[in-house]
Design a protein around this ligand. Sequence first.
Ligand code: BDR
Ligand code: CA
Length: 335
Amino acid sequence: MQEERAKPQKMVLDCDTGVDDTLAILYAALHPDVELLAVGSVWGNVDIATATRNCLHTVHMAGRADVPVARGAAGPLIGTPPVYAYHVHGDDGQGNAGTGRGVGAAIAGTAAEQMIRLARAHPGEVEIVAVGPLTNVALALGLCPELPELVHGVTIMGGAALAPGNVTEVAEANIWCDPEAAAAVFNAPWRLTMVGLDVTMRTTLDDGHRARLAAGGTIGQYTSRILDHYLDYFAAASFGERRSCLHDALAVAVAARTLVPSSAPTVNAFVVLGDGPTRGQTVCDLRGMYMGYPHQDGAHCRVVLETDPHFADEIVALIAAAGDSAVPLNKEGRT
Ligand code: BDR
Ligand code: CA
């Protein structure tokens, strides 16, 4: 008898669409184990207008104009000014290699409202996957305090349990951008999966992967092009050679169970607030590591500590095989 295949994971993906978010959206839009219900944009890597444009361009490019995109928050929960990362993702959030052309339109309503609507429509089935600052998720919690009972869970790309930070010594960018929002998300009583720098710094793409993408259709070629600037950034900032993290796509794959962590204890975790040097740090109680992580009362945060680094090959193969962009090419032949 044939084994029954698990149903695709229903997902609402929330992104501050820079380069790695683009790959995450492509993975979610193309992978048969994901039922991508909707995408929400959020400020972060880039301003909200650019993030929304990039979310729309990516779903349309993937031939998934059926996936609604809702515009989200333009800055942190407590109203402090947003701080962007154009130096990492390029002025267009696409490694300065996008065309910048507008494609499609966001639906009416906010990304937070969209999350709530879809959670209510599919009780217990939707995984919220948030790979930017957690502002929209915190807003959704504020609007709908029963959201934790309505969703399957929340998976984030964010935080660092044992790894160093990437904005400060201890804080990862998505948490550092909006610690108050992150604290609300960590404190809510849902199944939270944290896919942080512990694993995302160890799964990288290099020029060999870019060449494989470039050998595919125009979707792969586009992806290869936007990664060029990103590899330069990581060469200077982190690795001393041209390779870049995949970051956000790992969270999508963990949420879809297409990437099964080899170590992911469920522990108590919290976000450091205040104005001190550890603002935005994620503190995870890993004291049980020498005894196989015994049960902790009240713990609901699954902290991913190890995954298979070969995931890079898998996502590259998926995008390279995706064929041609459904967005017509411009006169330079670019999507
Ligand atoms: C995270 O910050 C952003 O720059 C990336 O898109 C990723 O979500 C990594 O710290
Ligand atoms: Ca991101």
